[in-house]
Every structure is written in structure tokens, then in C-alpha cells.
Design a protein around this ligand. Structure first.
Ligand SMILES: [Zn+2]
Length: 449
């Protein structure tokens, strides 16, 4: 999703980002200021993470398979922590590239670019793995159209995009519902054409049953065979997350009427999408893939936050035919984190802290985590949403920033729980390990070292 951020930064003509010149705080200073217990802080710093959500780049030139919704040119407001003058990127350069300076002036930037080029050249195909070693991540889930050179299993695991399968009819009317969607729907159309081409099809089958049997299921099966551990819906960018339980007869009628062309009414198209969402989620569960759902207040100036509320998914989570499917609320619902807490009562629902690790200060995220961890610590997953933000800002920078923030927030939350007598130190350490790695390992059946 941070492709939006990248889009706006680039569209804004910033090109080379001007990072803040304020000297970053070191870990000891940060710990002292936050009041986090130094022992639990140190313990968390040593845990090798499983990162539930990222947009890591391959080393292929241009890396065109990175993103389903590359939203160049979509205007959006950015919160302070995501603005390019934030001092975090200087801290990331210092940590990752041993950058010795306290400013990012032109001369120093040239030197830094030389260092970055040299490391990229030396590491070559190993560069993404080098990044994981720098940021203390053992396994990173990469949300991409397809994997690519440098992103090999077991260190990198694939999370595919499946919204395109949910919107197979003419999207002209849906695209006209907001300026953002006008840019997004054509990208979904393009991805569906790619999925059809992969199956040697030149167009949509004429019946829903054929579409499910010859397009949707084979695409999901191919993704699973290609190593996919989860499928991702970015549906909240396209519509609200209220997926009703629609009868197959209704879906068949709508599909058959419009598969060959024509504009479905919004009500008809919503019903077909609702049916397809649940079908895809059911198939993902059958194939052993989790279902990731974007749930956050951004991004995009005409994005509709109300439609991203995780409570809208409750009927899906409780659908008796979807109990074998594990859902992950990616970005934890953001400002709806309390509603996420309510959804964690469902046995098939998890949440990650990706993007909250970038958009929120650690103290804010710590409060969210404390709420969740006192109730369902086995359902909470670390995540970064690491993504490239510009020519000098590869995904490694946001991987590092999110790692530092996420670990700091977890330390603060667990310190509070220990001080409140809610958990022992031993249990706090256990929960830290669960959040940072073992919950994800169980969910995706990863064989960790
Ligand atoms: Zn993302």
C-alpha cells in the first residue's frame, strides 16, 4: 500500500528525498525516554523476526512484478512520520550503510549513493538477504505479483494479489466512483488479463461455473504451487469490506449477463464481488493459504476509511464455510485497532502491526499492542510494510525503521504489562517471541532455524 506514498513523493517532484537533518536517537536513549525495561528491550532486539507484510524488491532491473496497484500520481496526505523530512531515514542510512555524517547535504549524499551502489554490486543477488540480516529478519513475506531474482525461499515467502479475480466485469462505473479508483481499476483489469494469459485464455468464460473452475481456482492453485503462503486483498481501495453471503444462483445470473460486456448496476456487481470474495477465501483455506486483508485509514485523498473497518468483515469471519480459512487484518485496522481487538475473538482471525510500525510513533503502537496482547497474544504478528520510497530510499530503509519502531513498541507494551502485574518477565519474553516470529511460523507452517 505504501506505493501510494512512493507515488506522491515522486509525483511531488521530490525525486531525491531530503531526509531530516536532526541527529537520530540511539537505542539506549530511546529506551530511557520510553521507560521500557532494558532487559526486555535487549531480549526483543535479539529475536530474529518473521515479517508478515512487505513489498521487498527483487534485484531485477525495474522490478515490474513488485506491485498490483502501483498508484503513481494519486494525491494523498501523509502523516508526519511518513514525511520525507523525518529524521528516521538518516538513522536508517547510518545503521544500514555505516553512513558517518549527521546531515544529508549534496556532497554527503553523493558519497552515500556510492556506498549503496557498491554494496548492491557486491551483494548482487544476495542483496535482499543481506538486508534481512541487517534488520534481524529471518523470514520476510513479500506481497508481490510474482517473486523474482534474489527473493528465494526459505528467507522470502510469497503473498499474491487476488482482488483482480473479484472484479472480472466491466469496471467503468465502479472506477467513476472516485478519482483514486479511476486510476486503480484499470490496474486490476490489467492483472486479470495477465492471470487469463497465464492460463492460455484470451477472454472470460461465459458462465460463472466456468470462471470459477477455469480461472479462479487454477490461478489460486498455481499461486500455491509457486510457493504462495497467503493471498492479499486490497479491496478497501476499491469498495467497502462488507461482503454479503450471496446465493450462487444470484451470482450466476449476474455473471452470465455481463461477462460478455455491458455495465452491471452497482448492486448487481457488489453481489457478484461478495460471492467471489467468499469463494476465493474458501479456496485459499482449502489450499492452505491465509487471506490477508488491507485494513487501515489510508492511503489516498479519496480513499474511504469507513469502508476499511474490520467490523465489516465479521459476517465473513463467522461464515461456517470459512472456518478453515485463516484471515489476517493487515495493518491491524489502524485507527480501528479496537475493532480489530473485537475480531480477534474469532478463532480464524489474526492481526499484524505492519504500517503502524511506520505511520505511528512507538508509544501509540505500544498502546494498541498492550490491548491486543493482554487478550490474544497468539494472534498478533510483527510486520513492517517495507517498501521502496524513492531512488535513494530502497525497501531496506523502511524495513529498518519499522523494525526499530516495532521492537520499541513491543518493549514498551510488555514493560507496561510486567509493571502492571499482568505478566511475569518469563511470560513477557515468551509473548515477545510469539509476536516477532513463532505466531507467524505456526500460521504459515514455516520451518524456522
Ligand atoms: Zn503494504
Amino acid at each position: 500500500m505504501n506505493r501510494h506514498i512512493r507515488a506522491v513523493l515522486l509525483a511531488g517532484g521530490l525525486g531525491v528525498l531530503a531526509c531530516g537533518s536532526t541527529a537520530p536517537r540511539d537505542t539506549a536513549t530511546t529506551t530511557a525516554m520510553s521507560g521500557a525495561d532494558p532487559e526486555i528491550t535487549g531480549y526483543i532486539a535479539r529475536i530474529r523476526a518473521v515479517d508478515n507484510h512487505s513489498h521487498a524488491n527483487s534485484v531485477a532491473p525495474g522490478d515490474s512484478d513488485a506491485d498490483a496497484l502501483a498508484l503513481d500520481g494519486i494525491p494523498l496526505e501523509l502523516p508526519v512520520p511518513l514525511r520525507p523530512d523525518n529524521p528516521d531515514c538518516l538513522a536508517a542510512y547510518q545503521a544500514l550503510y555505516r553512513y558517518p555524517h549527521a546531515d544529508l547535504g549534496d556532497a554527503h549524499m553523493d558519497e552515500l549513493r556510492g556506498t549503496m551502489r557498491a554494496i548492491a554490486a557486491t551483494q548482487a543477488d544476495s542483496f535482499p538477504t543481506w538486508v534481512l540480516d541487517q534488520v534481524g529478519t529471518e523470514v520476510l513475506l513479500a506481497n508481490r505479483i510474482a517473486m523474482g531474482p534474489g527473493l528465494a525461499s526459505p528467507r522470502f515467502r510469497w503473498v499474491s494479489y487476488v482482488d483482480a479475480l473479484m472484479v472480472p466485469l466491466s469496471n467503468t462505473a465502479e472506477a467513476a466512483t472516485s478519482p483514486d479508483r479511476e486510476k486503480l481499476f484499470p490496474l486490476e483489469d490489467r492483472l486479470l488479463r495477465r492471470y487469463l494469459t497465464d492460463l492460455q485464455l484470451t477472454g472470460l468464460p461465459r458462465t460463472l461455473d466456468d470462471y470459477l473452475a477455469k480461472v479462479v481456482t487454477p490461478t489460486l492453485e498455481a499461486q500455491r504451487a509457486g510457493g504462495c503462503v497467503a493471498v492479499k486483498f486490497e479491496a478497501a481501495y476499491l469498495r467497502a469490506l462488507d461482503f454479503d453471503d450471496v446465493a450462487v444462483q444470484t451470482a450466476r445470473r449476474i455473471y452470465a449477463r455481463y461477462a460478455g460486456g455491458g455495465e452491471p448496476s452497482h448492486a448487481d456487481y457488489k453481489a457478484l464481488q461478495d460471492f467471489l470474495f467468499r469463494y476465493i477465501a474458501r479456496e485459499a483455506g482449502r489450499l492452505g493459504m491465509a487471506v490477508h486483508v488491507h485494513s487501515f485509514e489510508g492511503f489516498g485523498n479519496t480513499y474511504r476509511a469507513a469502508g476499511a473497518d474490520p467490523l465489516l468483515l465479521e459476517p465473513v469471519f463467522t461464515d461456517p464455510t470459512l472456518q478453515a480459512t485463516r484471515f489476517v487484518l493487515v495493518h491491524g485496522g489502524g485507527v480501528f485497532s479496537g475493532h480489530t481487538a473485537a475480531m480477534l475473538w474469532k478463532p480464524n482471525v489474526y492481526a499484524d502491526i505492519s504500517m503502524m510500525t511506520l505511520a505511528y510513533p512507538p508509544a501509540t503502537l505500544a498502546a494498541v499492542l498492550r490491548g491486543w496482547l493482554t487478550q490474544f497474544p497468539e494472534k498478533v504478528l510483527y510486520g513492517s510494510d517495507a517498501v521502496a520510497l524513492g531512488p535513494d530510499m530502497g525497501w531496506e530503509l523502511t524495513a529498518w525503521i519499522a523494525g526499530r519502531n516495532g521492537r520499541a513498541a513491543l518493549a514498551q507494551a510488555l514493560t507496561g504489562m510486567m509493571q502492571g502485574g499482568e505478566v511475569s518477565r518469563a511470560r513477557a519474553e515468551e509473548i515477545a517471541t510469539m509476536v516477532m516470529r513463532t505466531n507467524a511460523a505456526g500460521l504459515y507452517q514455516l520451518d524456522l532455524k
